[in-house]
Ligand binder design. Sequence first.
Ligand SMILES: Nc1nc2c(ncn2[C@@H]2O[C@H](COP(=O)(O)OP(=O)(O)OP(=O)(O)O)[C@@H](O)[C@H]2O)c(=O)[nH]1
Length: 571
Amino acid sequence: METGQRTSRKVRKLGSNRRRQTREPADGEGAAVAPEPESWSSQAAAELQAFFQDCGAKERGFVTREDLAVAKFSFLGSKEESEMIFDWVDVERKGHLSLEEFSSGLKNIFGSSQSPHRLRRRKPLPSKRVSATTSFPALEEADAEEKEAFLAFMEQLGTGHLLPKQMEIWQLWGQLRQEEPQLAGNLAGFLAKMTSRLQEAQADKEALELTLRKRDSDHHREVQQLYEEMEQQIRQEKQQLQAESDSRGLALTSQMQDVLEAKEREVQRLAEGQREAQVEAEGPTPGKSAPPRGSPPRGAQPGAGAGPQEPTQTPPTMAEQEAQPRPSLTTAHAEEQGPPHSREPRAESRLEDPGMDSREAGLTPSPGDPMAGGGPQANPDYLFHVIFLGDSNVGKTSFLHLLHQNSFATGLTATVGVDFRVKTLLVDNKCFVLQLWDTAGQERYHSMTRQLLRKADGVVLMYDITSQESFAHVRYWLDCLQDAGSDGVVILLLGNKMDCEEERQVSVEAGQQLAQELGVYFGECSAALGHNILEPVVNLARSLRMQEEGLKDSLVKVAPKRPPKRFGCCS
Ligand SMILES: Nc1nc2c(ncn2[C@@H]2O[C@H](COP(=O)(O)OP(=O)(O)OP(=O)(O)O)[C@@H](O)[C@H]2O)c(=O)[nH]1
């Protein structure tokens, strides 16, 4: 019972001492108070010295936590209690304590008595005490000293918020004091340790929360920054792309302008040559050579059976010129291609069908053939402008490429603006130079095409037999022709891609019917197979010649007789 009382006294003091150790540096309640070993027994002091000796602390000059594992103090119960005491004294968590620190720590806990001075310092504010008391009704019945000791202890621990179940603690406290008084000290030590750990955990938690909050805001800021940088980058990319596209557009426009101007110049040059030749042909000097290409007006289409036209002026006697015997031409089949090319084929596949007659294809005439020949004809008998019209993709370029290169081009891209090639043919012993104009079917180039139509002598109006739409657009192209004032133009309606029989959408009959209705020539072909390529062109040349002859005849009727003139390369 005496031991119990002693322990409970010790426990009561535990809180006040601990408080002093832990709180003095922080709250500045006063300078460190040296322990007052009023009741520190000489036996305890002897035990302490023996302990220092046994564990080797005396030699080393300090005590570790492990040393306490072998300590046997009469004033301490279990081994755990000793270790707990070490933790209690080692407030700085160094892991070792000098002999003085350890001794004074122990004395503070077990040796000092409550001096009036200490009690005063430890006494909490009345208001707090009241509130604590009212929250613990069980305390009302307790012994006043006990009650005060407990409340002071709890308050000093500062566990109000960390150890909410104070009622239970009180009960445990009371029970321990009655049943196991020596363990009351353990409870105090345990609670103190718990409190300290909880405070540390609380501090860690707060620090962690702070760090997390900081990281969160940093992260948010970084994301915001990244987002802004990204937006900036997108804006720059957009501007760059826009600038590039603008400059590309400008370059393309100027390039197309150049092409157009070059073609205009070429056309002008040819027209000049034609005019000069005509002047020569009309001149009084007999025997001078001149190309027979007459100037408009043009007669009605031969295929349509139109009659001769009335002349609007008095031209020279072209019929007389024609009547003169002319030496045969040596050059009969040659091609030139007008610069610059609007597009080039990426790959070519030459027609190599052994079963196919080259004469049938009409593209590779043999020597002695009336179509055979060498280079371009300098002084042709006839010079005609033939324009290829039709929707995009119907095969105009493929047709011309085959006619010119004798091979089918694959991988062609859409024509840009216009392109032209020159084809020289020997037909019925006459030299024909055909200027073949390849127009772009795409709508954005239609205005350019319309301008070209004014110069047309003949037109090949092509559609794709696998496209009803391209067939329907034939009338649109005819309207364009009419708008351009090209009424007397010889027209050949040509349905391409006849090799695609399975996909056919326009029947042969429909094509024929339309041709009849419009009074134009008609044919079907396949640029891919090389079917019916040269024949329509030859027939067109013949028709153009017939039309021209018809014109001449009509002129002869009104023109005065002149000495016969010859024209051609050998005049
Ligand atoms: N099956 C088949 N395909 C053809 C034939 N002729 C041309 N093509 C293909 O049809 C497509 C269009 O041919 P192009 O010659 O470029 O047509 P286009 O009328 O000049 O077109 P634009 O230049 O846009 O006016 C290409 O893929 C050719 O290979 C043909 O007779 N048969």
